[in-house]
Design a protein around this ligand. Sequence first.
Ligand SMILES: C[S@@+](CC[C@H](N)C(=O)[O-])C[C@H]1O[C@@H](n2cnc3c(N)ncnc32)[C@H](O)[C@@H]1O
Length: 622
Amino acid sequence: MSSSSSRTSTLFTIAGVTALGGLVAYAVYFDYKRRTDDDFRRKLRKEKKKAKSLKSDTEAAQTIKPEQIRAALLKVRDEALPTSVDEKEQYFLASVDAGERLCGQGPMFQLEAALSFYRALRVYPSPVDLVMIYQKTVPPPVFKIVMDMMQLDVSEPPASPKSAPSKPRSTTSEEGEETSPTRTGPPSETSSQEWDNVTDPGSQPAVQRRIEDYYDFFPAKHMNVSVHDGPLDLKGVKRKIIKAEKDFAPGDVIYKEEPLVAILDLDLQGQGTHCTYCLRHIQKGMAIKPDNDRLDSVYCSKDCQVKCNVQSQNLLFSLEPYLPPELDAGVVAAGNNEERDTAQAAFAKFIKSKGKSAPLMSARFVGRQVAMETAKMVPGHAALAELPRFVEDGNDYGLYDHIERLRFIEPTVEADEVTLLRKVLAAALPGLETAVNDEQYAMWKGKMLYNAYGICYGGGRDDKPPSTDRPEDQERTRTPYGTSRQIGSGLYPVSAYLRHSCSPNARPSFSNGTSELHLIASSPLKKGDEITVSYVDTTQHADETAEEARRRRRVELARGWKFKCECERCLKELDTKEVAAELELGVGRDESKVERTAERLAKGTAFPARPLDQDTEADALD
Ligand SMILES: C[S@@+](CC[C@H](N)C(=O)[O-])C[C@H]1O[C@@H](n2cnc3c(N)ncnc32)[C@H](O)[C@@H]1O
């Protein structure tokens, strides 16, 4: 496979798994129209009849030859694009309109229809979202032609593009290292940061610019930090690192960050001790307790209750309306409550029985996306669903641009997990379930798990039930206090990018007693310094030797985040010949070996005085 075509497939994989927006909007729009608009219902009945002739349409599409598609693409490429926002909007609307009309004129016009939709795609600010909308709305044979055109456009970029060329992308990092055009290494850790590598100049200018310029706008300036290319890791992946944008003294707050989603640990859900939304500790008798809440949620204030309801609770765990009133138009009255009730009960039972954070966190994340997308459809309603401000204002980057860049490790997803969630969504709004497929869900869950921080204040707790899972299946959050002391977990857009060090220069703090993360400098920082935090408890406990403490932290890192730490402290401590081998945790070449090696290392039997086992460490050594 050529490198350009592999990039193309990456583009489509990403387009297929990250964007939920178009689908939500479509499901809401469709449902709303179905319930409120007689014309729309009549049109639907007609469409159903027309669907009978779809088979012959598909056959006709198959007769469109690649040369015809190429010729059509060359024609579009020769057309100059509008430049002003207003002109683009006009062009977009006219192109979609023409596409729709041509679709209605039969198979003979499919190529022309696809061409029109393709024109619209060239100027649309969120082409990925638009592709998702097309997938749901454009007749399949026409959609296929649009996809073929995109594929061709990316794999055969024009020699000299007519539109303004996208910013040339440097192929070397700050340190002058080559960037890696495609991801290598085992599939157990992956990332949609391949977006950064989809850079054929001239093709899809809007897509290219969005990809390349993201880190000019993220993080927002008020966060006082910026994202840079870090060193290549063992798999040839260029990691991102965070640098300080100004000097900080120890104890300074570098930034404060609200979570995209935060949840209480499962054993605390329903106890009435902490706010379900902001995770604040609640004095006895002071909690707001809604009736008939599936998770026995409690809130510290009306404000938290309302935000939680709008952002995910109503959709997932209650029979309240979950759409903005302007869009609701009687969904609840429409009588799907019984189905909602059954679906929610089954999902809540599943979550409670597993006792794990990731399914609830992933579901709340889905709920939050739905809330954002539906709020966008009603001007003025966005306030409660809105995201914390982590991208600079004045551009159109949103949640998807961010989420698709986060790294993740492919998680285990139980058979029922997605099915039960989908049933909850379908019962709430028919069609909404199509926004969450298995692949998407696994990716979101992986991103939650891999990037979550443990939330812990006031020294944390010591009553968290110990996990009975195998070490490799235990949930791990980033926290210098230890996952066992946390009360909950949160996903933080900027903090997700921080790298680990066993002697970090910053620490996450939750000193206001909520899920708001304060990043505090723990050593003096100069503008341009990389900021690091500790992902694990790096202290030496009373019952362990220095060597045991070091092994514990390094094993945690290998198990949870699949890397062998080579921070200054580790390198300094690992200076004897015998323990130098401890650097090799099996990470890098084959991560399936991490657990076996980590287990032996934890027991102190990893480095017997015999040659390395050919099957374990030896293969993993560089
Ligand atoms: C959740 S991601 C952090 C995001 C990271 N900054 C990036 O963009 O790649 C965690 C991953 O970052 C890498 N990482 C973090 N700290 C590291 C360190 N000190 N040495 C090597 N790799 C590290 C590891 O691959 C780890 O699995």
